[in-house]
Write a protein that binds this ligand. Structure first.
Ligand code: SAM
Length: 257
């Protein structure tokens, strides 16, 4: 997967050299480039913002550098004769999916992470201040798919942290990134439930015992216990998720629980 990130704080992305994302980059599973938006400014101050039309506090990101950045990083449109005008900028004649973090976007979920993991090319535009001039998104939408995406119902300083979160959720779904791909099938949100509590050695720690069933070696009982705990936890913490489960995904013993 190819990923391009545009930000006025490229340094924010230093952690993307670490751990499993770092490995995915090193082995070519993830071809990631971080770009400084100011590279597409042309004044001595490298200006990227200005005051909002209509008044109000804060600053808004100007459209010109964003327009140039997106043109440089998204594959060029085919010319009327069918040739691609700027081959250097386009590895394939398929435009990337543009993701713009915003508290006013659609909520990011594990389902969206799966959807994004199937894309060949993601392009992230990190807003700062009061966000990016809306015309940048409207114009981009005439030539690529644009999704404004929110991490949750709160407001951050900028889109960088949101991109780190989204990218981590997406990268771990890419084939070969996780040592044990089975973990993906058993974790929270994989099947509309939260995961049951997990334990490791020692069996007793500061007076707290690992539940006996997990030490029994009885795989049937263990599976049933984990399922019951997942249902109870989801009911207690996320009744909305439990209510959204399709009835056919529940077995008889689930209903009894
Ligand atoms: N004026 C904007 C509004 O009220 O919707 C908030 C702008 S916020 C201070 C600056 C940037 O942080 C946004 O452009 C976005 O990139 C990012 N951001 C803030 N909260 C976010 C959230 N919950 N999810 C994703 N990105 C967020």
């Amino acid at each position: 997967m190819r990923v391009d990130i545009v930000s006025i704080f490229p340094e924010y992305f230093a952690p993307l050299d670490l751990s499993l994302i770092g490995k995915a980059r090193a082995n070519g599973t993830l071809r990631l480039a971080v770009h400084d938006l100011r590279a597409w400014t042309h004044d001595v101050h490298r200006t990227v913002d200005d005051t909002p039309y209509g008044g109000g506090p804060g600053m808004v990101m100007r459209p010109e550098p964003w327009g140039e950045a997106l043109e440089a990083l998204a594959p060029a449109e085919p010319a009327p004769d069918g040739t691609i005008r700027d081959r250097a900028a386009s590895e394939a004649a398929v435009p990337p999916r543009l993701l713009v973090p915003s508290p006013a976007g659609v909520r990011f979920t594990q389902a969206m992470a799966h959807e994004l993991a199937a894309e060949p090319h993601l392009l992230f535009a990190c807003g700062r201040y009061e966000g990016i001039d809306q015309r940048v998104l409207d114009h981009a939408a005439t030539r690529m798919r644009v999704t404004e995406v929110s991490l949750g119902d709160y407001v951050l300083f900028g889109g960088e942290v949101a991109v780190l979160v989204i990218l981590e959720a997406v990268t771990r779904l890419l084939p070969g990134v996780l040592g044990n791909a089975g973990s993906l099938d058993e974790e929270s949100h994989a099947h509309g439930l939260l995961e049951a509590p997990m334990y490791t050695k020692p069996a007793t720690w500061r007076g707290h015992e690992v539940p006996e069933v997990l030490r029994s070696g009885d795989h049937g009982r263990i599976a049933r216990w984990r399922r019951d705990e997942a249902l109870l936890r989801t009911a207690a913490r996320r009744p909305d998720m439990l209510a959204a489960l399709p009835p056919e995904s529940l077995d008889k013993r689930d209903r009894a629980a």
